[in-house]
Unconditional design. Structure first.
Length: 53
């Protein structure tokens, strides 16, 4: 894994952790979470992304 892939993976994981907290606290809906997740998968193209979808 090169440096850029590692940075994308890390950023994706942090962003999605925050989104899951927002979902748990009912700040966002499940649909908003799913839409956001898809957008972040497209944006960051994380290595682990295939594991989550």
């Amino acid at each position: 894994m090169d440096k850029r892939s590692f940075q994308n993976e890390t950023a994706f994981q942090v962003v999605m952790h925050l989104a899951r907290r927002m979902l748990a606290e009912k700040v966002i809906t499940r649909k908003e979470y799913r839409d956001f997740e898809q957008e972040m998968l497209r944006h960051y193209q994380p290595f682990s992304g295939d594991l989550y979808t």
